[in-house]
Design a protein around this ligand. Structure first.
Ligand code: HEM
Length: 208
């Protein structure tokens, strides 16, 4: 019995010594902090930064919460003249942006931050970007049909590489046709696909 009392007594003693020890360390830290105005300032700065990080995260989550507007319906495939293409420069109410490269028109609306109004490559919107990309100069876009016949093989190779990049990233809409050229009839290819038909006033019908 006596031994038992001794054991429990010494265990209690150790436990209370432990509590006292940790309490001692804590009060030592607190004393250390409050004894110096620099330490107090540092602790306040850390608390402020932690608050900003947590509050910032919460704000970001709130910003990300509203659902994004649904993507525009896919355009029904069709060839266009430059005059028709020009309308798709992102300034129309639907904000759609089309860009032509090497005779192919792509719907680049997903890349609106590049090609939309105010974007770094906005001169390409509604235009043929081939020449600009070949010369790596964003303002080199023509207001009339550009047959690119003066480009050398290296420049044409660069145009083809850009065309490949756009093919991988964006939807193909149709070909950029020169005035008088017959547009392709895509009607058989798209049965069942959900597309938006846009009939431009200048579109010519095969029955004409
Ligand atoms: C100082 C000059 C330039 C810098 C620092 C620059 C930077 C960039 C960067 C970082 C991207 C990739 C953006 C992303 O995928 O998130 C990009 C994409 C692109 N850049 Fe540039 N660029 C420059 C000049 C040019 C020029 C002169 C042209 C054309 C004439 C050009 C045409 C493009 C195009 C077409 C894309 C692809 C955008 C897309 O994915 O749809 N860049 N550029």
């Amino acid at each position: 019995m006596g031994a038992e009392a001794d054991i429990s007594g010494s265990a209690d003693g150790k436990a209370s010594a432990g509590v006292e020890e940790s309490g001692g360390i804590l009060s030592e830290i607190i004393n250390e902090i409050v004894s110096s105005p620099i330490n107090i300032a540092l602790v306040l700065a850390i608390l402020f930064l932690v608050y900003k990080i947590v509050a910032g995260r919460r704000d970001n989550q709130e910003i990300n919460l509203p659902p994004q507007p649904p993507p525009l319906p896919k355009l029904k495939k069709r060839d266009m003249l430059l005059d028709e293409l020009r309308k798709y420069d992102g300034t129309q109410p639907d904000g759609r942006v089309l860009v032509a490269i090497n005779g192919k028109i792509f719907d680049v609306t997903r890349g609106k931050r590049f090609y939309g109004p105010g974007g770094p490559y906005s001169p390409f919107a509604g235009h043929d970007a081939s020449r600009a990309l070949a010369f790596f100069q964003a303002d080199l876009v023509k207001e009339e049909y550009d047959d690119l016949s003066d480009l050398d093989s290296r420049q044409m190779e660069s145009v083809r590489e850009w065309e490949e990049q756009f093919t991988d990233k964006y939807d193909f809409v149709g070909r950029l046709v020169k005035p008088g050229e017959e547009p392709t009839n895509y009607s058989d290819e798209e049965e069942g696909e959900q597309t938006e038909e846009v009939v431009a006033p200048t579109e010519r019908s095969k029955d004409d």
